[in-house]
Design a protein around this ligand. Structure first.
Ligand SMILES: [Zn+2]
Length: 64
């Protein structure tokens, strides 16, 4: 997966449970960071909905 802003390949930062992010359902939050710009991407995968997993990307870009 590449950076939304600069298209550099993102570095995998880890997987966390929804619970760690204060979300009260089962799911995984994967965080990826860009080595080229100050972008962090969080990918939220809801594992309760097996047929149609909700995939929500939250893209943050810090002030430079
Ligand atoms: Zn980038």
């Amino acid at each position: 997966m590449n950076c939304y802003h600069c298209n550099t390949e993102l570095i995998w930062g880890g997987d966390h449970d929804y619970e760690d992010h204060g979300i009260d359902t089962d799911g995984i939050v994967t965080n990826l960071s860009c080595p080229n710009c100050p972008t962090t991407v969080f990918v939220y995968t809801d594992i309760e909905e097996e047929e149609n997993p909700a995939l929500l990307m939250n893209i943050l870009k810090e002030e430079e």
